[in-house]
Design a protein around this ligand. Structure first.
Ligand SMILES: NC(=O)c1ccc[n+]([C@@H]2O[C@H](COP(=O)([O-])OP(=O)(O)OC[C@H]3O[C@@H](n4cnc5c(N)ncnc54)[C@H](OP(=O)(O)O)[C@@H]3O)[C@@H](O)[C@H]2O)c1
Length: 332
């Protein structure tokens, strides 16, 4: 029987307020996009989730389509809740999303009220819980009025099936419009979930500025660029790595010599700061005050330990930030 570490809340600085809200999130959140599907080891998934909780990670991020197959990550987490973590449900922020393809026909993806609310019901069933903490619109639907999509999020909150509404992958202007609609509906947008890492900076500067203006927090996904911003690929493509095991979103050809040249230089800088490259990459996204949480994935328990270690050094000297810019710009 699992019993959580009594030390899990020993570091109050591990939590940051999410925008202008009452919610504080851990600096590191755990995402279940990979390694929690039906074909992954349940024992490993359980060990990762429990270790995360022991380290003070209270936020577990899901979506309807995480697996594979779609939906199976929610089933896995539902089992982990039943077997181990469920007694601590009130200490957790459990999230899910709808937006990408889930089922055939006209109501199985995008942003209609019909799809979002049906999908949320399915997610709750798979998770085996009566509500999620955050329900996200996973992507902007250019063909559905924003009022309808936001109305569905607001309904989810008012019906008690979600505590807060969130947006993911929305561009800046639509984020501001969506936030206004949600405010008018009385269910303000808590959080935005965009991709952000040293290798992918599309959120700078406009989206981050919009979030600051709107009082919305950010939980940024793939802060390690799916594992590229770690030492994982320095000696080739390991058989147990994402680029080898699951090539849907990261393929060996993405790990180019140019990328490796940069990541090896960044690794040297990280070591000079007393960090691993993964830790420096996480500290770097967290340097921005709008970023509430860095949303990582992990295939091993030790990776969670390593990532949480990032918070021991979140400070960057101006010269270190300049050095990072030069490396990223391919300057000598
Ligand atoms: N909203 C959206 O549209 C969206 C899209 C994508 C992701 N997300 C969310 O963001 C979460 C994180 O995404 P991600 O998995 O791409 O994030 P990531 O943290 O950039 O990459 C995670 C991968 O990096 C490697 N890794 C992690 N820690 C490491 C360490 N300390 N040392 C060496 N390697 C390490 C592991 O790769 P190996 O497997 O190779 O060991 C791990 O699977 C997802 O689970 C999901 O919840 C959201």
């Amino acid at each position: 029987m699992y019993s959580p570490a009594t030390t899990r809340y020993d570091s109050p600085d591990f939590y940051r307020r999410c925008g202008r809200s009452g919610v504080r999130l851990p600096l590191i959140s755990l995402g279940l996009w990979h390694n929690f599907g039906a074909n992954d080891s349940y024992a490993n998934a359980r060990a990762i989730a429990c270790r995360a909780f022991d380290l003070g990670i209270t936020c577990f991020d899901l979506a309807n389509n995480y697996g594979p197959p779609d939906g199976s990550a929610e089933e896995t987490f539902g089992k982990i809740l039943r077997d181990d973590l469920g007694a601590w449900r009130d200490e957790m922020i459990i999230t899910t999303k709808a937006g990408y393809y889930m089922w055939p026909g006209p109501y199985g993806e995008w942003g209609s009220r019909k799809y979002l609310l049906s999908s949320l019901d399915q997610s709750l069933k798979r998770l085996g819980i009566p509500y999620v903490d955050i329900f996200y619109s996973h992507r902007l639907d250019p063909e559905t009025p924003l009022e309808e999509t936001m109305g569905a999020l607001a309904h989810a909150v008012r019906s008690g099936k979600a505590l807060y509404a969130g947006l993911s992958n929305y561009p800046p202007a639509e984020t501001a419009r969506a936030a206004k609609i949600l405010r008018e509906l009385g269910t303000p947008c808590l959080i935005h979930q965009p991709r952000y890492s040293m290798l992918d900076r599309w959120v700078e500067p406009q989206l981050l500025a919009t979030l600051a203006e709107q009082g919305i927090g950010a939980t940024v996904f793939s802060p390690l660029a799916k594992g590229v911003l770690t030492d994982r690929y320095f000696k080739g493509i390991p058989a147990d790595s994402r680029a080898s095991r699951d090539t849907r979103f990261l393929r060996p050809e993405h790990i180019t010599d140019e990328v490796l040249l940069k990541t090896k230089k960044l690794n040297d800088l990280a070591h000079s700061r007393g960090q691993t490259l993964a830790q420096m990459a996480l500290a770097w996204v967290l340097r921005h005050p709008v970023v509430t949480s860095a949303l990582i994935g992990a295939s091993k328990v030790q990776q969670v330990d390593d990532c949480v270690g990032a918070v021991k050094n979140l400070h960057f000297a101006a010269e270190e930030l300049e050095r990072i810019e030069s490396i990223l710009a391919n300057k000598p």
